[in-house]
Design a protein around this ligand. Sequence first.
Ligand code: MG
Ligand code: MG
Length: 253
Amino acid sequence: MIQLKNSAQIAAMKEAGRITGEALLVAREHVREGVSTYELDALIRAHIERAGAKPSFLGYGGFPASACISINDEVIHGIPSRKRILQEGDVVKIDVGAFYRGFHGDSARTIAVGRVSDEAEKLIRVTRQSFFAGVEQFRAGNRMGDIGSAVQACVEREGFSVVRRYIGHGIGRELHEQPDVPNFGTAGRGTRLCAGMVLAIEPMVNVGGEEVKELSDGWTVKTVDHSLSAHYENTVALTSEGIIITTLLDADW
Ligand code: MG
Ligand code: MG
């Protein structure tokens, strides 16, 4: 069942979203060659806890950290580690959730470490653009397939592929709620969108094929063909006045 949120609940979700977005801004300041993913995770956790919130991912399904940090051909769910040291040219995805006063925020960004290839830069840019193409369709009366098809068209036009095995989701009192939010689909099909819906819209985009596999650590998801992958996610509420992107604090990022 889809849990629609009233205006007081959306106001609370804005707070959870703000803390989530702030944690990503803190992480961005520290992304550079030589930093471990463990250090980034610790900074994220410290920020969330200082704000009086809890890291949504810590302990979720047994996940051992506060952020998922995935590098290069890792798509999502990378486990922070003292042994994973960022190197010049890496493409690093940081995915964060914060739980505050009963509600979750969920957001991810892809960050270049120093200078990256032209292809990596394009991948990061197109993945972000595809999110906004999807969000543009998040309007009362539209259908879920309008969001997915817009994301997919934006990605495929540039010669990249959309991951299908993992998708976006409703969000609220639970980190993952109904409805499913695929990054592909057919315009005019699927769940009808309405005010009160809050969605985590999160394109995962590969330079090569869409196929992904989970590693034996039980978490990390990689591209099968080892091509680069990018991720961009925000928690977005639809109100009678339009959308609120709760986790977007820097409009250019
Ligand atoms: Mg996320
Ligand atoms: Mg999510």
